[in-house]
Design a protein around this ligand. Structure first.
Ligand code: CTP
Length: 394
């Protein structure tokens, strides 16, 4: 069997010396390891160190010739995973902004494999709102981030910012790469985010959904080999790489896009928060303020129920957002909409439901089996849901 490949990016933080041990551990774990260094990192550790430990040439220069191939594209395609350790505030900021001004940041932009960032810096830099904001944006884009440890830092102060020990990083990587490829050749449709129902040229009716759960699902399906189409409403986060993303506004537009693709889809997961009602008419002029007004709302079609009525071979998965009688209401939706599985969200639990990075869900399958998934990141929840779908239907 071909050895799994790993690409390690080393940037110019003092902890660069620890990256040498990380390379040794990757090689010991059986990975074919390549290293990209930023120019700054070469001031701290000689490329020859990484070359000797990995047995592969070390890459630094974006414009160096390489056997007629486009170097950054080739490097981005080869590995199962990219790890950047240490990741400086500078490199994190560049990646968060899509800047590609050296070989490493260019490769990251071209990559569709999981990327693990291991920040390491002085505690004040780490706590700086700009750095924290960048880390938040990177998480939203699907980058994996390992939080730095607390302890004595190279600058002599104590605090959070230390790069975790190489053993810890290597273990984390092994856990992530257990990712299976059980959805190869499956066509998957995921809906995500809120719909917007226009009221007048300046306003719409919406909801608090951010699309994080649906985007995490799309990413997990993609990582496990599926061909993924993501139909999503307005979100602040970016769709995962390698996924066909279609942006819609209203429930009616979402219905149109989903219906077009339904017949050639194997699995549909409807994580979108679809508005149940829309204004009876959208005014062509802005509604002026004045006395109390009454809005007339008309029901939107229930997209999921329509798919349930039409489905043949498809596995159909819905979500249920509830504030009371979670199991009873979710079970009713499962039956009424002819679903194979429903993922029930209790919106009253802290850390679950809309606009959080975590979720805690109860999964009910068509055979009445109930599974609880404890509080974890939406990305991890997504993989658990894929495990259940795979063991039940694939
Ligand atoms: N859904 C849909 N079309 C709608 C409303 C909901 O496809 N017009 C889907 C959602 O994407 C979700 C599931 O139906 O997968 C359940 O949505 P939810 O809001 O929990 O329930 P509703 O069916 O709308 O019922 P209620 O709001 O009364 O709880």
């Amino acid at each position: 069997m071909e050895r799994k490949k790993i690409l390690l990016g080393v940037t110019g933080g003092i902890a660069a010396y620890k990256a040498a041990e990380l390379v040794r551990l990757f090689v010991k774990d059986g990975f074919d390891t390549s290293v990209i260094m930023t120019a700054a990192a070469t001031n701290l550790v000689a490329p020859l160190t990484f070359e000797s430990l990995s047995g592969n040439p070390v890459h630094v220069d974006l414009f160096k010739q390489g056997a007629g191939k486009i170097r950054h594209i080739e490097l981005a395609r080869r590995p199962s995973m990219i790890v950047i350790a240490p990741a400086t505030a500078n490199t994190l900021g560049k990646i968060a902004s899509g800047i590609a001004d050296n070989l490493l940041t260019t490769v990251v932009l071209a990559a569709s494999v999981p990327v693990l960032l291991v920040p390491s810096m002085n505690v004040d830099m780490y706590n700086h709102p700009r750095v924290q904001d960048n880390l938040g944006r990177l998480k939203d884009c699907g980058y994996l981030i390992m939080e730095p440890d607390e302890g004595e830092l190279a600058c002599g102060v104590e605090g959070r910012g230390r790069m975790p020990e190489p053993e810890k990083i290597a273990r984390f990587v092994l856990d992530i790469l257990k990712i299976k490829k059980d959805y190869v050749s499956k066509k998957v449709l995921v809906t995500a985010g809120p719909t917007r129902e226009p009221l007048d040229p300046a306003r719409y009716l919406g909801n608090y959904s951010t699309g994080k759960m649906g985007f995490a699902l799309a990413r997990a399906f993609r990582e496990r080999g599926a061909e993924v189409c993501l139909v999503h409403g307005d979100t602040a986060i970016l769709p995962p790489a390698g996924v066909e993303a279609i942006r819609v506004n209203t429930a009616m537009e979402m219905l149109g896009e989903v219906e077009k693709r339904f017949d050639r889809t194997d699995i549909v997961v409807k994580a979108a928060a679809v508005a149940d009602y829309r204004p009876a008419e959208c005014q062509d002029r802005k509604i002026k303020k004045g006395d109390r007004i009454t809005l007339e709302l008309v029901p939107n079609p229930d997209i999921l129920a329509m798919l349930g009525a039409r489905k043949e071979k498809q596995v159909l998965v819905g979500f249920a957002a509830e504030t009371e009688k979670l199991i009873k209401h979710a079970m009713q939706k499962l039956r009424a909409k002819n679903l194979d599985m429903i993922v029930a969200n209790d919106l009253t639990i802290e850390g679950a439901g809309f606009a959080t990075d975590t979720n805690k869900v109860t999964v009910i399958t068509h055979d009445g089996k109930i599974r609880e998934i404890p509080l974890m990141s939406k990305y991890e929840v997504a993989h658990r849901l894929l495990d259940i779908i795979a063991e039940t239907w694939l």
